[in-house]
Design a protein around this ligand. Structure first.
Ligand SMILES: C[S@@+](CC[C@H](N)C(=O)[O-])C[C@H]1O[C@@H](n2cnc3c(N)ncnc32)[C@H](O)[C@@H]1O
Length: 327
């Protein structure tokens, strides 16, 4: 079994500089203040996300898992061989084990999780190193950077299966999501595969509850972003002076997570060399999460350079697993 646990507790100077400048740009905006959702996932954020995945209100993880558990044999049977697996934004990789176990029945498995959260990769290694005949090499990288490294390492006859699970595609805008799939396609060869999981439209009340659970886990996940800025950028956010807020944007068909300032306040963020003033009620937009319909997903994939080989749907919590092949 390959690989070392990855040491990740502190950001490298380069990542810290990017974090500082992204915070400066996002909170310095004249209009809607924003922070990129990628920064939700430090060690604490990744642990909180794992708890969110256990919440009954957050049905999408269970739906994703149900489809993978049930259809892994069919998914794997449709893949060319030999195939290696790269997973974008693997998180703790728990749901991936059904695919790895199924693939291990026919060949030695090389699995490459890619995630910017070292804590998530540590968990992923713990979870999946139990699967027999699987070698794991983790990449603490941004999606495309990591995928380029994996693609550069493969042998001539190896095909690549890229996993993009958990409806993480929903964190992009629709236009950016499609263009991201196109960027992934440019790294692939014809015949390589992409398994994309995506949450589908459903009643708004159900979605609002999924992102604002009664136990307050998602609120803690959201607010941890301010606590992270305090820890890593030497800021003085009073986290209790911000409230977790979830909205549904009907035109964009997306859930938005915000942090609402409960009073007029000024925050000093030394690491970003800025002071930022919030009006009472003003929000920081921290995450978007789009909802899709099955035909839309097929269309997105086709425009990005794939053909849709098959699509599996969960009916209890409308959710889609789409298998694409690069053309
Ligand atoms: C919504 S979680 C999904 C985790 C897992 N795939 C699942 O299905 O439960 C998104 C994951 O993507 C990672 N991530 C977010 N932005 C990223 C980026 N730009 N590059 C690499 N990983 C990223 C986060 O650290 C997190 O682990």
């Amino acid at each position: 079994m390959i690989l070392p646990r990855i040491s990740t507790r502190l950001l490298s100077p380069e990542l810290l500089a990017n974090f500082a400048s992204d915070v400066r740009a996002g909170l310095g905006k004249a209009g809607q203040k924003e922070l990129s959702s990628q920064y939700l996932y430090d060690e604490i954020g990744s642990a909180l996300f794992d708890v969110i995945c256990l919440l009954p209100e957050y049905g999408l993880t269970q739906a994703d898992a149900r489809l993978l558990r049930r259809f892994s044999p069919e998914i794997i049977s449709r893949l060319p061989r030999p195939v290696i697996i790269a997973e974008l934004g693997s998180g703790s990789g728990q749901k991936t084990k059904w695919l790895l176990e199924e693939l291990a029945r026919r060949q030695a498995v090389h699995y490459y999780p890619i995630d910017i959260s070292g804590a998530a990769l540590d968990r992923c290694h713990q979870e999946l190193s139990q699967v027999e005949c699987v070698s794991i090499q983790a990449f603490k990288r941004a999606y495309l950077e990591g995928l380029l490294e994996v693609a550069a390492r493969r042998n001539g006859d190896e095909r690549l299966l890229v996993l993009f699970l958990g409806s993480t595609i929903g964190n992009f805008t629709r236009v950016a999501g499609e263009s991201f799939l196109g960027e992934v396609r440019k790294i692939l060869r014809p015949g390589d595969a992409l398994l994309l999981s995506s949450d589908l439209e459903k009643p708004i009340s159900q979605l609002l509850l999924a992102y604002d659970d009664p136990a307050g886990v998602t609120a803690a996940f959201n607010k941890n972003l301010l606590a992270r800025i305090n820890r890593e950028l030497d800021a003085d956010f009073r986290v209790d002076q911000f409230a977790h807020e979830v909205r549904w944007d009907d035109a964009e068909r997306r859930i938005e997570m915000h942090l609402r300032s409960l009073c007029e306040q000024t925050v000093d963020i030394a690491g970003s060399e800025m002071k930022v003033t919030f009006r009472s009620g003003e929000t920081i937009w921290t995450e978007s999460s789009l909802r899709f319909n099955p035909a839309e997903l097929t269309g997105m994939g086709e425009r990005a350079g794939y053909r849709c080989e098959a699509q599996w749907l969960d009916e209890d919590w409308p959710f889609a697993q789409s298998l694409f092949f690069a053309v």
